[in-house]
Design a protein around this ligand. Structure first.
Ligand code: NAP
Length: 315
């Protein structure tokens, strides 16, 4: 294992050859972070499973990758992470892929209006944490089978804003005072709590899998529009989207910390993010996280709550 200095940055030239490695990336819509992760892995010869909730968007992403990388080794896997039955179905389908070297839990929604899923969870918590928690648990045997597995979570600078971790009963009735941004921040805190707890459990179980995390800074993707306007199109969405793109770094640049966390020779529990001004942009490096994210009691509590919520005890 290389001793990676915290002041060193990483860029695409450092992305290792991916021949013989299979990565499953969730949330691969063209223009988003997951798409750029999938594209660069395919460019390096990796086998990439593009996963997401909208079949036509996955097909578009495959077409766009094939345009850039003729003969790319891609497959698609439809999953709605906000629906536990869909997650279980997708995991069953994914068994056909055999060993998976890396799972990039990238898909997410941000600051959506209050909504409960078919399983009775808050939509943001289900999509950003509980669905990925179940998917990861179900794919663990394939990650282990690879002999060198990695699970990568996509968190956010917003995790620092969370004033509590989502460790209460996730099926408890919603309060009338739903705070969409605070709810998002808590799910992004959950991504880090999950990563650190998972990595520790993998070590205890002596399994050949590590867990890492990354955040993209502020990148111009569909995230803002999807959250603020509920994914609807129209002039308001176009204006929000345009303004967002004007002040953010590109989705391709935002994907670099994710690629670093997914492929660099770094230990488990490492967190990567942009190295520039306030971690909003720039080439990736190792970054820190909030004290709350490092709280081992919260990590363990979230794990217990999540296991009960999804009905799977693992590893
Ligand atoms: N952009 C930023 O500045 C920023 C900052 C911090 C963290 N992040 C994180 O980065 C990740 C990727 O976001 P992004 O910025 O690339 O946004 P994006 O372009 O909106 O991508 C989100 C992806 O998640 C998919 N998705 C949403 N709900 C899903 C569900 N229920 N099941 C399966 N897939 C679902 C979307 O699919 P559809 O296209 O079908 O809706 C889309 O492919 C998120 O976890 C987000 O929290 C982004």
């Amino acid at each position: 294992m290389t001793d990676l200095r915290t002041d060193l940055t990483w860029d695409l030239h450092d992305l290792p050859d991916q021949t013989g490695r299979r990565t499953l990336v969730t949330g691969c819509t063209v223009g988003g972070l997951g798409f750029h992760v999938a594209l660069e892995l395919a460019r390096r010869g990796g086998s990439v499973v593009l996963s997401g909730r909208t079949s036509s968007r996955l097909d578009e992403a495959v077409t766009a990758i094939e345009r850039e990388v003729p003969g790319a080794d891609t497959a698609t896997l439809v999953v709605d992470l906000a629906d536990l039955t869909s997650v279980r179905g997708a995991a069953t389908e994914a068994a056909a892929y055999g060993p998976i070297h890396c799972l990039v839990n990238n898909a997410g929604v941000m600051a959506t209006p209050p909504r409960r899923t078919v399983d009775g969870f808050d939509l943001q918590l289900a999509t950003n944490h509980l669905g990925p928690f179940l998917l990861t648990g179900l794919l663990l045997p394939q990650l282990v089978e690879s002999g060198d597995g990695r699970v990568m979570a996509v968190s956010s600078l917003m995790h620092r804003v969370a004033n509590a971790a989502p460790v209460d009963d996730p099926r408890a009735p919603a309060t009338r005072h739903y705070q969409r941004w605070q709810t998002y921040a808590r799910t992004k805190l959950a991504n880090l709590l999950f990563t650190f707890e998972l990595d520790r459990r993998l070590r205890h179980a002596d399994l050949p899998v590590v867990a890492t995390a990354a955040h993209p800074g502020y990148a111009g993707t569909h995230l803002v529009v999807n959250g603020q306007t509920g994914g609807l199109g129209g002039p308001v969405a176009s204006i929000v989207h345009g303004a967002n793109r004007a002040v953010s770094q590109s989705a391709a640049d935002g994907a670099l910390p994710l690629l670093m966390a997914a492929t660099a020779d770094i230990p488990g529990s490492t967190y990567c993010g942009p190295g520039g001004f306030r971690e909003l942009r720039g080439l990736p490096r190792l970054v820190g996280c909030s004290r709350r994210a490092r709280d081992e009691h919260l990590q363990a509590r979230l794990w217990e709550v999540s296991e009960q919520a999804v009905g799977l005890a693992w590893p």
